[in-house]
Design a protein around this ligand. Structure first.
Ligand SMILES: [Zn+2]
Length: 266
């Protein structure tokens, strides 16, 4: 049977308030058999890890501090993340990285927070879930200092250029794609990017409740939440990739599921 793994959902977002069990049930019905909740702060990583314990073998989490949250990074943060990473459902360090698009945290703080998490991934040998927005050259120069010792890494929600994708692939990184790829007006260039990237380097994620794919069948959208993305919509992302690459959706599912299973050890 064709199954999918969603490597990035934001289940603690208030758009899912009181709705988590339904969301997971709908996803499983849509053959999304496993989902990884993205940890974005200490508090959020702790909440996410707790939610995941209630859905063993279906929900997993990352533990990390998003660059937007870097301003709250302190000398307790790393030991708290380390403690979380001892739990079996917590499978990766992140999301972490740099976001110079919105600059919600000062850039020098973002950088030190990111470096501390790179060191944490090396110490714990857990894979990395990376975030980079409008910060490519700085991101690469920091990451490359750690590269020889770095465990496996995925750059999630990739929307960059083909040249940037090539550099990430040269570093051995995986790339995660969201519903952004179906926005062929805003992200037209991603078609060429996806045609270039080999299937064994691609993972898929909804980034729910954000990034609603444009090709979702309209009757699947819920009345009160017409703009809300859900993990159940993950197959629509696979469909777009299949279309770009001229292959079957089953082939996309087969490869991305295998990549995610191996990468996260789930
Ligand atoms: Zn992100």
């Amino acid at each position: 049977m064709t199954t999918y793994i969603d490597i990035g959902i934001n289940l603690t977002n208030k758009q899912f308030y009181n709705d988590i069990d339904n969301i997971i049930q709908d996803a499983v019905k849509a053959n999304v058999s496993k989902m990884i909740i993205t940890g974005t702060s200490i508090k959020n990583s702790e909440q996410s890890a707790l939610i995941a314990t209630k859905h063993p073998d279906t929900l997993y989490t990352t533990a990390g501090i998003h660059p937007h949250e870097a301003k709250n990074f302190d000398n307790q943060s790393i030991s708290k993340l380390k403690e979380l990473l001892l739990q079996p459902q917590v499978v990766a360090v992140g999301e972490c990285g740099l976001d110079f698009d919105r600059d919600f945290s000062p850039r020098n703080i973002q950088e030190s927070c990111y470096e501390a998490q790179l060191a944490l991934a090396i110490e714990t040998q857990k894979p990395l879930f990376l975030h980079e927005r409008a910060a490519f050259s700085r991101f690469i120069s920091i990451t490359n200092q750690y590269l020889p010792e770095l465990p496996k890494a995925v750059v999630h929600c990739f929307t960059g250029t083909l040249q940037e994708a090539k550099i990430y692939l040269d570093n051995g990184f995986y790339l995660g794609f969201t519903g952004a790829i179906s926005d062929t007006w805003r992200f037209q260039h991603l078609k060429e990017v996806l045609q270039y990237i080999p299937l064994n380097k691609i993972m898929i994620e909804t980034d729910a409740p954000f990034m609603l794919p444009k090709n979702v069948t309209k009757n699947l959208l819920k009345k009160q939440h017409e703009r809300r993305c859900e993990p159940a919509f993950l197959p629509f992302i696979a469909e777009t990739i299949a279309h770009f690459k001229g292959i079957t959706i089953d082939k996309v599912a087969e490869h991305t599921t295998l990549n995610s299973k191996t990468f996260f050890g789930i």
